[in-house]
Write a protein that binds this ligand. Structure first.
Ligand SMILES: C[S@@+](CC[C@H](N)C(=O)[O-])C[C@H]1O[C@@H](n2cnc3c(N)ncnc32)[C@H](O)[C@@H]1O
Ligand code: SF4
Length: 361
């Protein structure tokens, strides 16, 4: 049976972080029942539209979905089970913010059916947390990690780096702290200054590019010693702990997205569609789909599987990409091209956007 991932977007946060351009708002009076019944209705409509699938993963993202009451999480998972079936092999993740941690929250989420938690720690340093406008401190972050690890084997944290003036030494201390905690998955994001955010308005300058690259390469080497291997440009995992849901995006699988600003990709009657909220479907051309597969696939350490590429979009990989650009990028040591895969090298990962643009033009 075809496999499907389900993404549910929760667009509310307790406060808005000054760097964040994710779709989220701070709303003191949220009628959860209303939103949840809308999600349940949409799930039923998707089931009628797309038919049977094996549910590979469910992902509650945000915003801050750890604000959803556990009983509402259980209602959503119950509905998915009723519509498609949800077996023990499904990865069911939720993004949690340490500022929502209450004594029983994580146990409640586990009882509701969540089996993987991803915690937005961002930093273990109080000055950095303050700079990032986070409403938790390092003690609360550590407490939330402890509570998370008590309740979940499969868990992850997000950290942000390449903050203005960050040094190799201070970033290494953050990594050391994370590794000491025995985490099996870590997502590490370089701070980007996004248009429309408070940071952009304040003209905050990110760390200079060469220094950010130095931190990126150091991260890979450092985490490797602790058995955490880079499998995607920002994601590191011990064997067996890669995010199965995110791999659907990077490997070009099918998923639906529910909630304002959520999106999906579906193959219906042998044609690919981009799906947006409320069952909106827009047909994708083969070229558009092929470009997406390159944009997403090159983010993976294993790179793009050429056979899979053809199976997904129907186009021959070697004919599709710009061969002159490829030859030059291989000669410069930025890409590695073998019969089965095209992948970025260690240095290539520092120039991913340029490589993607060159391959697709
Ligand atoms: C949608 S947030 C989910 C986590 C949760 N809302 C929280 O912040 O704790 C996903 C992650 O994206 C990262 N992120 C958001 N904006 C970013 C930016 N401008 N630069 C780098 N990373 C960013 C943060 O690490 C954040 O944890
Ligand atoms: S980083 Fe997370 S908590 Fe902060 S505003 Fe964005 S989604 Fe909300």
């Amino acid at each position: 049976m075809q496999e499907l991932g389900i993404y549910l977007h929760w667009p509310f946060c307790k406060s808005k972080c000054p760097y964040c351009d994710f779709f989220s708002r701070v709303d003191k009076k949220i009628d959860q029942d209303d939103i949840i019944s809308n999600y349940l209705r949409q799930l039923s409509e998707y089931r009628s539209l797309i038919g049977t699938y094996h549910i590979k993963s469910v992902f509650f993202g945000g915003g801050t979905p750890s604000l959803i009451k556990p009983e509402n999480i259980a209602k959503i998972l119950g509905k998915i089970d009723e519509l498609w079936g949800l077996d023990a092999s499904a990865e069911i993740s939720l993004e949690a913010n340490p500022n929502t941690n209450t004594p029983d929250l994580f146990a409640g989420l586990r009882s509701a059916g969540i089996n993987r938690l991803s915690l937005g720690v961002q930093s273990f340093n109080d000055d950095e947390l303050k700079f990032l406008g986070r409403t938790h401190n390092s003690t609360q972050a550590l407490k939330a990690i402890e509570d998370m690890q008590k309740n979940f084997t499969n868990c992850s944290i997000d950290l942000m780096y390449a903050l203005p003036n960050q040094t190799v030494h201070s970033w290494q201390k953050q990594l050391q702290q994370a590794c000491r905690l025995g985490l099996k998955h870590i997502s590490l994001y370089q701070l980007t200054i996004e248009d429309g955010t408070v940071f952009a308005h304040k003209k905050i300058q990110p760390l200079e590019e060469n220094k950010a690259s130095e931190l990126y390469l150091l991260t890979e080497d450092f985490l490797q010693q602790f058995g955490l291997h880079k499998y995607e440009v920002s994601n590191y995992a011990a064997s067996g702990f890669q995010s199965r849901h995110n791999l659907i995006y990077w490997q070009g699988g099918e998923y639906i997205g529910i909630g304002q600003s959520a999106h999906g990709r579906l193959k219906l009657n042998n044609k690919w569609f981009a799906q947006t909220d409320n069952l909106q479907l827009d047909a994708l051309t083969l070229k558009e789909r092929a470009e997406e597969l390159i944009i997403m696939g090159l983010r993976l350490t294993e790179g793009i599987n050429k056979t899979q590429f053809k199976a997904i979009c129907g186009l021959d990989f070697d004919n599709f990409i710009n061969q002159d650009f490829l030859a030059s990028a291989v000669a410069q040591g930025l890409l590695c091209n073998n019969t089965s895969h095209l992948l970025a090298t260690r240095n290539g990962f520092l120039l991913l956007d340029k490589l993607i643009e060159g391959l697709c033009c």
